[in-house]
Design a protein around this ligand. Sequence first.
Ligand code: GUN
Length: 294
Amino acid sequence: MQLIDGRKVSEDIYQSLKEEVDKIRAVGGKVPHLAAVLVGNNPASQTYVNAKVKACEQVGFGSTLLKLDENISEDALLDTIKQLNENNDIDGFIVQLPLPHQIDENKVTQAIMPHKDVDGFHPTNLGRMVLNLPAYLPATPFGIVKLLEAYKIETSGKHCVVIGRSHIVGSPMSILLARNSNPGNCTVTLCHSRTKDLATYTKQADIIILALGKPYFLKKEMIKEGVVVVDVGITRVETTTTKSGFKLAGDADFDDIAEKCSYITPVPGGVGPMTIACLMNNTLLASRKEIYKD
Ligand code: GUN
């Protein structure tokens, strides 16, 4: 079994981003600038957004964090998005999800101009991804593709089972791995909460992508020898083994399955660091206008 070290691969991405920033500074150019909008007080969202701002500092990008009240109206949020769309200092921005119940996430996603949508959630970017045209790719699936590439894991002709059909991870992941590209060319099965007898599919899988948010869900009886397991799950669970009383758990029962896997991502330190590194990469592309040339 080989551990897939997302921290190491993300550090390599940060290193090359830093070098790009140095080159931009050397010629007196404008460094990439990412803005993040955080609505309300969701603790997980606060942690993620802070990590994104910190990553900007680490690679030398500019960053702006806009913290908005939990009770903000949809119109006021849409107005903030309009201002960010029009602000030429900001190359790309994200609105951290989930949003409070009074706000329609689809409206918000669609209000972001596609050329600034570094999360890759706008229908234009998702459509371009499906068509294999230049697009901002959603950061978590993009990060997983980069991990498979970094570890030279063969995907062509393999059976990949994706569990979870969210717009952020499962759905785009299934599309990326089925595309005619490398990594890609998988036969993909997309499983979700209504899938009957899930183990029938997981037992046949060469690659399993777990994105269902159920800690310790995948057990050794559900997989075949030599499978590659990529675990997107990251849930805070109670434990007596840490000072804080909590630890982060993936969707795989790591200790149970690790021996049977050829490769497996740990939680934390697997997919998580890659998500942020890929967001930074998309921000560089936005500043260079590489996806939408005008
Ligand atoms: N919530 C969970 N993951 C993400 C992400 O990648 N981007 C945004 N904007 N919100 C999220």
